[in-house]
Design a protein around this ligand. Structure first.
Ligand code: GN1
Ligand code: MG
Length: 361
């Protein structure tokens, strides 16, 4: 706490800090809530940026500045009130930048949004709102003119993720390849069809747009009445295919089980959540989506559990070097759960296509 307190001291906060404690369930950065004593001073969120993963911290924070400033301007222009609860605000450190480097770690501080909630699961009504909000988020960012860096290059490039899995298999660093053979075989069988987005992009038919790229359901803040306030966890905001935001939300929100459920019977794709989210998303994103993007939304719904399965499996084979784990076989359990979810999504492809056709008639 003393160290954390001195780190917060490098940022231009208001009030007196009286408590710092861990916050949230992210798998990458370390997050803390910083509480201040005075009622009129805001609370804050302190984060240690995982710079093994985000190697260009300066580029990362400048992306976030561009995006949050852009959204703030749009919200103000359309006369929104309570803007500080609708877009994140990062504090400058004594360096003048919105991060502080202590010689070893990189830290940042943002204003804590009061009376907001995050959820690990949502009902159809909230999913509809989330769909609208992510569509609006993409729409608001459609006219960003400053170039954004890819904070993790090729983050959602399926070809790269498969290459990384194959490299992990070849190296077999943790001696685990033999126990995962059935997963590897099945994933490989579908490798080509899953790389469709990259092919469409090379053919010039699928654009990259500014996307959030980590639209897990718990990266969205709701107010007391269930209205979406804002989208958080902006580290991965970068140019990508719209499939990223659409697919990753459904991967988390439409899973009837947990991302790391040990009981695979719990894991299935919830079509009610799919329908509600898709309706919301299409309502706000139809203003810019191309037919090729709309047509491939069912593919996107399958792509993300598939990709996450590949990523968890590669990390398991590498000896758990990327994701935080709670127990030794955690990444294998996650792999199995994402694999099951992917299979369940595949069973609903026709139904999804029919629903989307109906919505866009
Ligand atoms: C990571 O940081 P967090 O937990 O929101 C990961 C996502 C994965 C997700 C799986 C930078 O997100 O891509 O989908 O875990 N973020 C990064 O839960 O790799
Ligand atoms: Mg998160």
């Amino acid at each position: 706490m003393k160290d954390l307190l001195s780190i917060v001291g490098h940022f231009r906060t208001e009030g007196t800090v009286n408590n710092i404690r861990p916050l949230g369930t992210g798998l990458i950065n370390d997050t803390y809530k910083v509480t201040t004593a005075e009622a009129d001073a805001p609370d804050y969120v302190l984060q240690r940026i995982n710079h093994a993963i985000f190697q260009d911290v300066d580029g990362l924070q400048s992306n976030i500045q561009v995006v949050t400033n852009h959204i703030r301007r749009k919200l103000e222009a359309r006369g929104e009130t309570d803007v500080d609860r609708k877009v994140l605000r990062f504090l400058p450190a004594d360096s003048g930048k919105t991060y502080w480097h202590d010689g070893e770690n990189y830290w940042r501080v943002m204003v804590f949004i009061p009376r907001a909630k995050t959820y690990e699961t949502v009902n159809p009504e909230y999913s509809y709102c989330a769909g609208k909000a992510f569509g609006e988020f993409e729409a608001m960012l459609a006219d960003v003119t400053e170039p954004l860096v890819e904070t993790i290059p090729d983050f959602h490039n399926m070809e790269l993720r498969l290459r990384q899995l194959r490299e992990a298999v070849a190296a077999d660093a943790a001696g685990r390849v033999k126990e995962v053979k059935p997963y590897l075989d099945e994933l490989e069988k579908h490798a080509d069809e899953m790389c469709k987005a990259e092919r469409l992009h090379r053919e010039g038919r699928l654009p990259k747009r500014v996307c959030h790229c980590d639209t897990k359901v718990n990266n969205m803040m709701f107010d007391e009445d269930g209205r979406v306030l804002c989208v958080i966890d902006l580290d991965t905001v970068m140019p990508s295919y719209v499939f990223s935001d659409y697919g990753d939300f459904l991967r988390s929100a439409a899973n009837t089980g947990a991302e790391d459920d040990r009981n695979l019977d719990n894991v299935n794709f919830n079509m009610d959540i799919f329908r509600a989210f898709t309706r919301g998303y299409l309502e706000s994103a139809c203003q810019f989506l191309l037919p090729i993007e709309v047509e491939n939304l069912p593919y996107a719904a399958a792509l993300f559990p598939y990709m996450q399965c590949v990523r968890f499996l590669a990390d398991y084979l590498n000896g758990d070097t990327y994701y935080k784990i709670a127990y030794p076989e955690h990444n294998l359990v996650r792999t199995a759960a994402q694999f099951k979810l992917w299979q369940s999504v595949e069973q609903h492809q026709d139904e999804m296509r029919a629903f989307i056709a109906e919505c866009t008639k």
